[in-house]
Design a protein around this ligand. Structure first.
Ligand code: ATP
Ligand code: MG
Length: 429
């Protein structure tokens, strides 16, 4: 992609409406624009990152045996009456009527719809277990939308739903999702600590929130230091984990039997990026989702639901990876892997080196953004640091005369003078 023709409206000024770094940087780096409170347009740069994150989530869901489908954003009020949640959900649900006066809503979540689909199409225990998911926009009319995409009203969520014959099966599905979550966040460069969450009326301890630690997180969290090691793993034993203390502030109690002494208790703030939940037959019972069991008698299926805040993750990753110059994307979610900075557009030697590097990187399938604009070097450096691509290949007249370019790692700040060939080789071309 050539920056001269790319739709990337960056901002020099710090937007006054943004209170946290990720929100400021997403506006400044031309990733999003607000269209109404808590509702955003994703500009090309933001959209690329969102899709990278979505793809990692998808791959790990698929690897865990979940199957993707796509449910609509608009739902009928009828199924929510069946589950009993239509009245309970309150003002966060956006409700409206169509031209035939049918009551409709913009889905804030999909338990009802997936239960209906399951109920109408699955008849035998032989078809279990099933984990179905989609990645779809949700709408929740939050009282206080804030921090940009972190707490939006319209946001992208991955939500999975598991169906099993019994509790043992449901626990296996839950564990598969739990471990898929650890891998998902790790691939994005995040450590997400699983916290025992409030299971409310359902009871049991099978509900966890995954929190990325960040000073700007909305939740206060308390946890045993042993969690740090566990969360860095690819898979963990849920039973072992459940003895450890990790809770959000509303559940914290220094008197709890497993609350560690102060020197082993970490107090931090977290961003909730995922929430998984076993809820047994809450929806299947209310909505009649039953299958014929092995002996022919009907069995009400055991369910769980598993959410990931895909659009919130964009903000969470920036909170974890930025400095005062801009974003520092982890390679796995970066919008482009490398940016080429031509320090003297119009200079024949610089143009040749940059065009050649651009062609070779593109041919090797490497995502590259070429700053071919007729701008001052200072402007180009500032923009490149702001948008935070992992690598910068910088070509200026002095170096080019000796056949050299500079390769900068945005993460470490490390710069190296290299021949064009070695620089390209380093980048995989
Ligand atoms: P929160 O406590 O942050 O309001 P929640 O518990 O209501 O979230 P869930 O129903 O568990 O949210 O939704 C699953 C995931 O969707 C959350 O873990 C979070 O990452 C994301 N999410 C929820 N609400 C929003 C929102 N308003 N904007 C962006 N992402 C959200
Ligand atoms: Mg939650």
């Amino acid at each position: 992609m050539r920056l001269s023709s790319y739709f990337l409206p960056t901002l020099k000024e710090i937007p006054a409406e943004a209170q946290i770094a990720s929100h400021r940087l997403m506006l400044r780096a031309g990733m999003i624009r607000q269209s109404a409170s808590g509702i955003y347009t994703w500009l090309p740069m933001g959209w690329r990152v969102l899709r990278k994150i979505e793809q990692i989530v998808r791959e790990e869901q698929d690897a865990a045996g979940a199957q993707e489908l796509l449910m609509p954003t608009i739902q009928s009020a009828e199924i929510w009456r069946e589950s009993g949640r239509y009245d309970a959900y309150g003002k966060e649900m956006l409700r409206f009527t169509d031209r035939h006066d049918r009551e409709m809503l913009y889905g804030p979540t999909n338990e009802e719809l997936i239960t209906q689909i399951f109920r109408d199409n699955v008849k035998s225990y032989r078809e279990l277990p099933r984990i179905l998911y989609h990645i779809q926009w949700k709408f929740r009319d939050e009282v206080r939308p804030r921090f940009g995409v972190m707490r939006g009203r319209e946001f992208l969520m991955k939500d999975s739903y598991s169906f099993d014959l019994d509790y043992e099966g449901a626990k296996r599905s839950y564990t598969a999702m739990f471990n898929a979550y650890l891998r998902t966040f790790k691939r994005m460069g995040l450590t997400a600590v699983p916290m025992a969450a409030d299971s409310g009326a359902i009871g049991g301890n099978l509900t966890h929130e995954f929190h990325v630690l960040a000073e700007t997180g909305e939740s206060g969290v308390y946890y045993d230091v042993a969690y740090d090691e566990l969360a860095a793993k690819d898979a963990i034993d849920l039973d072992a984990l459940s003895t450890l203390y990790a809770v959000t502030d509303e559940k914290h109690s220094p008197d709890a039997p497993n609350c560690p002494p102060p020197d082993r208790l970490k107090v931090a703030r977290g961003i909730e990026v995922g929430h998984i939940f076993y809820f047994g037959t809450k929806y299947s019972e209310a909505m009649g989702a039953r299958v014929a069991g092995p002996d022919g008698t009907p069995v009400t299926v055991e369910m769980g639901s598993y959410g990931i805040g895909v659009s919130r993750l964009v903000g969470a990753i920036i909170e974890a990876y930025h400095d005062d110059r801009g974003i520092k994307w982890p390679e796995a979610v970066a919008p482009f892997k490398v940016g080429i900075v031509n320090l003297k557009t119009g200079d024949a030697a610089c143009d040749t080196v940059c065009e050649d590097a651009y062609a070779k990187l593109s041919a090797a399938g490497i995502e590259v953004l070429y700053d071919d604009r007729d701008e001052r070097a200072g402007v180009k450096f500032a923009d490149m640091d702001l948008i935070g691509l992992p690598w910068q290949l910088v070509a200026g007249p002095k170096g080019v005369a000796q056949g050299l370019v500079e390769l900068k790692n945005r993460h470490t700040g490390e710069k190296q003078e290299l021949s064009v060939e070695s620089a390209l080789a380093r980048l995989g071309a």
